[in-house]
Design a binder for this molecule. Structure first.
Ligand SMILES: [Zn+2]
Length: 134
């Protein structure tokens, strides 16, 4: 559909594993919903704060730098027509436009033969924006 990653989205992919970056770059080419990379690599300090605030459950997040030097997770948010982040996950789960981003990510991963996990598929503690390498 001709969407492009913004400069800030590209910047947030800088420390993300190349395989996951390829999936995101392919997804933006095929998606019919524009999206933004809200987060890639996360500092341990930030993760500790997230756990304390109940935003995250684990200190073993794939957003942290992994032994290979990369983050293995990204958070993606759909954008509305005005370019604003859509925060409401929609209903029934996942509602539009979240389902559009999800379709693009899963299709891109299948095309590239890269295994990813969407935490939105988990029955508990759904995390709609979060994709990570399997
Ligand atoms: Zn995440």
């Amino acid at each position: 559909m001709g969407f492009k990653l913004s400069l800030s989205s590209r910047g947030r992919l800088a420390d993300v594993h190349p395989d996951l970056t390829r999936v995101v770059e392919r997804a933006i080419e095929i998606t019919d919903v524009d999206f933004r990379v809200a987060e890639g690599l996360r500092s341990l300090e930030r993760q500790k704060l997230n756990v304390k605030n109940g935003v995250s459950k684990t200190l073993h997040s794939k957003h942290l730098r992994q032994p290979d030097g990369y983050a293995h997770a990204v958070d993606l948010y759909p954008l509305d027509a005005d370019g604003k982040l859509v925060l409401d996950w929609g209903s029934p789960w996942p509602g539009r436009p979240w389902a559009g981003v999800n379709w693009a990510m899963k299709t891109a991963a299948r095309e590239l033969d890269i295994a990813i996990v969407w935490v939105g598929d988990w029955p508990k503690f759904r995390d709609g924006p979060h994709y990570e390498l399997a």
